[in-house]
Design a protein around this ligand. Structure first.
Ligand SMILES: [Zn+2]
Length: 309
């Protein structure tokens, strides 16, 4: 018997769920449900200051309204600090973790101008501080902690994007594991949560593909399995422009005043290529007809009803 498929949807409730999130939730959910697998919900509220309670509640109720039924208990990253701490201490034992005392201003200055969309690479300022220097600096400033990454190439085998390769020392470079205010970094939390929840496949937006090599490296260091990855195309508006800002698209609360739940589900399913034309349907009804081969690997176009103009 093959092992069960376990997927997850992991929104960050720092704003209302936007259509891109809803589409991602739908694909993550249908992918595992269509194979009889389980789908978990994880709330990525690591940074409590950015994720107020009312947005978390709204996120849960939006997903419930659309018919998502999650397996197991909802996981809240804000309640899992102890788990991240254990992994952090295991990483310290590898000898690759070092304190970084750089201020935000220092990091800005060291960032070369006109780099456009390229990833910021930490120049390694604090990598080789002596124990005395660390002691002196720690007396006046709480450090962040970074992971010293090797000059090693990591390849992601993505279900939709094929092979994506990058060299860790250029992307992302030595990255932060724990911030100076003791909040654990997104990459560490995600890798720990996926492993401890037994996640076998991750479906998420294309915008996170470039961060996947460093997560795979963390999995290796922590002796965790690597799940199967599917990075889905981004959503565009009716004119083909990327939805860069959330406020270009409307909230589910706005939509549900004008359309029924099944109409909204049908529009999302159409945008994802799951049905050939827009018609009302339920999430349940999409389970038996779901296939990744129907999801186009080009920008997904959002129906006009989802847009403000
Ligand atoms: Zn530093």
């Amino acid at each position: 018997m093959s092992s069960p498929v376990v997927g997850r949807f992991a929104p960050t409730p720092s704003g209302f769920l936007h259509p891109g999130n809803l589409l991602c939730a739908m694909l993550a959910y249908l992918s595992v449900r269509s194979r009889g697998g389980q789908c978990l919900l994880r709330i990525e509220d690591l940074d409590k200051a950015r994720c107020p309670e009312h947005l978390t509640r709204q996120c849960l109720s939006d997903l419930d309204y659309l018919g998502f039924r999650w397996d197991g208990l909802v996981l809240y990253q804000s309640e899992r600090t102890k788990h991240y701490e254990q992994a952090f201490h295991r990483l310290i034992k590898t000898g690759r973790v070092y304190p970084c005392f750089c201020s935000r201003a220092q990091l800005h200055v060291s960032q070369a101008p006109n780099r456009g969309d390229t990833v910021y690479v930490y120049p390694g300022t604090c990598r080789n501080l002596t124990p005395e220097q660390v002691h002196q600096k720690a007396a006046v400033k709480q450090p962040a902690y970074r992971l010293h990454v090797p000059d090693e190439t990591v390849t992601v085998s993505d279900r939709m994007q094929g092979r994506y390769t990058s060299c860790l020392s250029n992307n992302p470079g030595d990255f932060i594991l724990r911030r100076a205010d003791h909040v654990y970094a997104y990459h560490l939390a995600v890798v720990v949560d996926d492993a401890e929840s037994g996640i076998t496949e991750v479906v998420r937006g294309m915008d996170i593909l470039s961060a996947t090599p460093c997560q795979i490296y963390l999995q290796k260091l922590l002796d965790y399995p690597t799940p199967e990855y599917t990075h889905i195309p981004l959503l565009v508006d009716a004119h083909g422009a990327r939805l860069a800002k959330r406020n270009q698209a409307v909230s589910l609360a706005f939509l549900s005043k004008r359309h029924t739940r099944d109409e909204i589900t049908g529009m999302l399913a159409f945008a994802a290529g799951l049905i050939p034309e827009v018609y009302p349907c339920t999430l349940e009804a999409l389970i038996p007809i779901f296939s990744w081969s129907n999801v186009p690997n080009t920008d997904l176009q959002l129906p006009q009803a989802f847009l403000t103009e």
